[in-house]
Design a protein around this ligand. Structure first.
Ligand SMILES: *[C@@H]1O[C@H](CO)[C@@H](O)[C@H](O)[C@H]1NC(C)=O
Ligand SMILES: *[C@@H]1O[C@H](CO)[C@@H](O)[C@H](O)[C@H]1NC(C)=O
Ligand SMILES: *[C@@H]1O[C@H](CO)[C@@H](O)[C@H](O)[C@H]1NC(C)=O
Ligand SMILES: [Zn+2]
Length: 615
């Protein structure tokens, strides 16, 4: 009996001590969050200075400050280990501790972390600085990806010219950094192991807080693949008619340089030559934007207006003062790839974009402003929670708004579209156009990370790294390079995110869940009713809907404070990522395409590519 009482008292004393410790831990966290925000602000300023003005001095500063921050994180991790946080009552405090003990790449020893930063920086600057010579005037050698090369790739219909730019770009942006990339893969895996992950793949996927995420994506992708096959078959059939049988084969993969995009990730730029119903109008407001004197500033003001119309947060003064929304003309190198920045002090949010006045860029502007809206919505939270529910959520917000902006209904509302008649054929044509962006992107996005996961997991011999990339691109997307590649080439880093160490499955997730968000927002806004032909999903405009805005607010203001199913639930009551909404959106197109492809005897599927050889 006495022994029992002593035990009980000891247990009680321990429990009391733990409660007391938890109170101290809370205070410790508050201070630490503030300190980390301050230090991360300094580091992000340095990263911004470099990204908007690439030179050795800015690169050195950025790397130094990032190394300092990582060192600080390593130092506090031993402090954090002194707390018995796994036994605390509060889920919130436990979640914060867990996040703060994760060091990411910063777990690498100091010298190797510096090596990691330099390696990524070398690849990213190489990408940003690529210049090629003009196809016709070989003495003019200052063509950059943005805007010159992208413009040619999207507009030219001369397949020899397209092939020339393709090869020039891949050689310079890809092959040039093969050794950096090999070192990069080693270091990612080393960091993964220091964080107790099997490889870089599991390390990257940990951000999604769900062990089954790969399987879920495989399943959703398998559901959508038949629709992709129909689109692919139809586009190849139309390209054959346009370029002839010598350029495009009947059953093979599509030569990717013909698809209007350097990476063949979205094919909407060639809608004019592959869309059905040529006599029907295709919504393209670029000309009208030019005619009305649109500027990058006006495009950002419109995005701001869209979010505020839904009773969301207005862009703050710092945004307008500090953003870079046009390509500087003073000759400096910079990373033109559009990006949104959180500087981790109140209202300091920025976008850097070499904006051009086109319809596609109008959507990109909304995409980037979506990131900023997210940041503004969660900025009241402690530092550890200043992120999306997962990276895919962060990518999805602006795209939901873009889906709405791109509808004929909205474009008419803002005076960019007139005399447009949306009959059945025009509707199919428009759905086809959207599918060239949204469906075509899915296999592309999946392969960007399937490839890197396979490398991290050691599933591919180094001697096959290039051909494995093209094998995946062929298997999933049914495309191939325009010229024979070999292991003397190295093409993956010619995609920005591969050079810049950014995971890509975030975009795959975004392209799936943005339709879940869009469908729910449309229902909340009273703009979609599956049983009312007057209110179809593909002409739903959520502009001005405070109810849709409230759903966003509920989700966005949670930041990363809860696992993502909780954030999804806050938006629309669902807890599962699903391909149902995207399938519903494109259902009329699927029905039409299947019938049309049978009528035209279009071959579905493709034979293997012979465009990459061992050496
Ligand atoms: C770019 O960076 C250099 C070196 O740090 C600096 O002297 C220059 O003023 C910067 N240019 C701009 C436009 O910020
Ligand atoms: C990894 O596991 C080892 C052994 O179990 C442990 O000592 C170490 O603290 C762990 N590291 C991290 C970052 O969790
Ligand atoms: C707008 O948002 C605020 C703050 O979130 C809320 O209190 C208010 O009710 C909303 N207004 C409408 C019309 O929904
Ligand atoms: Zn983005």
């Amino acid at each position: 009996m006495r022994v029992f009482l002593v035990d009980l008292l000891a247990t009680l004393a321990l429990a009391q001590a733990l409660v007391k410790e938890e109170i101290q831990a809370k205070e410790y966290l508050e201070n630490l969050n503030k300190e980390l925000a301050k230090r991360t602000n300094v580091q992000t300023e340095a990263a911004w200075a470099y990204a908007s003005n690439i030179n050795d001095e800015n690169e050195k500063k950025k790397i130094e400050i990032s190394a300092e921050l990582a060192k600080f994180r390593r130092e506090i991790s031993s402090d954090l280990q002194k707390f018995q946080w796994r036994s605390y009552q509060s889920e919130d405090i436990k979640r914060q501790f867990k996040a703060l003990t994760e060091l990411g790449y910063g777990a690498l020893p100091e010298a190797e972390f510096a090596d990691f930063l330099e390696t990524v920086s070398a690849m990213a600057s190489n990408f940003a600085k690529v210049k090629v010579c003009d196809y016709k005037d070989k003495l003019k050698c200052d063509l950059a990806l943005e805007p010159e090369i992208e413009e040619i790739i999207s507009k030219s219909r001369d397949h020899e010219e397209l092939k020339y730019y393709w090869r020039e770009f891949y050689d310079k942006a890809g092959t040039a950094v093969r050794s950096n990339f090999e070192r990069y893969v080693e270091l990612v895996n080393k960091a993964a192991k220091l964080n107790n992950f099997t490889s870089g793949a599991e390390f990257w996927l940990d951000e999604y807080e769900d062990d089954t995420i790969e399987q879920q994506l495989d399943n959703i992708f398998a559901e959508i693949r038949p629709l992709y096959g129909q689109i692919h078959g139809y586009v190849r059939y139309r390209l054959r008619k346009y370029y002839g049988n010598d350029v495009v084969s009947e059953n093979g993969p599509i030569p990717m340089h013909l698809l209007g995009n350097m990476w063949a990730q979205e094919w909407s730029e060639i809608a004019d030559i592959v869309s059905p119903f040529p006599e029907k109008p295709l919504v393209d407001v670029t000309e009208e934007m030019e005619k009305q004197g649109y500027t990058p500033l006006k495009m950002f003001q419109m995005a701001d207006d869209f979010f505020t119309s839904m009773n969301l947060t207005k862009l703050p003064k710092d945004f307008w003062d500090k953003s870079i929304i046009e390509k500087p003309t003073d000759g400096r190198d910079l990373i033109c790839h559009a990006s949104a920045w959180n500087l981790y002090i109140k209202d300091d949010v920025r976008i850097k974009q070499c904006t051009r006045v086109t319809q596609e860029q109008l959507f990109t502007v909304h995409h980037e402003v979506g990131h900023i809206q997210y940041a503004l919505q969660y900025q009241h939270l402690p530092f550890v929670y200043l992120a999306g529910a997962n990276p895919g959520f962060h990518e999805a917000v602006g795209d939901v708004v873009s889906l709405s902006v791109s509808t004929p209904k909205h474009l008419k509302r803002i005076g960019l579209l007139s005399n447009y008649v949306r009959d059945d054929e025009a509707r199919i044509k428009q759905l086809f156009f959207t599918a060239l962006e949204k469906i075509v992107f899915l296999p592309f996005a999946f392969t960007m990370d399937k490839y890197r996961w396979a490398l991290f997991r050691g599933e591919v011999e180094k001697a096959n790294w290039n051909c494995e990339f093209w094998k995946l691109r062929e298997q999933y997307s049914g495309i191939e390079p325009p010229v024979v590649r070999s292991e003397k080439d190295f093409d993956p880093p010619a995609k920005y995110h591969i050079s810049a160490d950014t995971d890509y499955v975030r975009y795959l997730i975004s392209f799936i869940i943005q339709f879940q968000f869009y469908k729910s927002a449309c229902i909340k806004a009273g703009q979609y009713d599956a049983n009312n032909a007057e209110l179809p999903l593909d002409n739903c405009d959520i502009y001005g809907s405070a109810a849709a805005g409230e759903a966003f607010h509920n989700m966005l203001s949670m930041g990363a404070s809860k696992p993502w199913p909780d954030a999804l639930e806050a938006f629309n009551g669902e807890r599962i990522m699903s391909g149902k909404a995207i399938a519903e959106y494109f259902e009329p197109l699927r029905v039409w395409l299947e019938a049309e492809n049978i009528k035209d005897s279009v071959h579905i599927g493709w034979t293997a590519s012979d465009k990459c050889v061992a050496s």
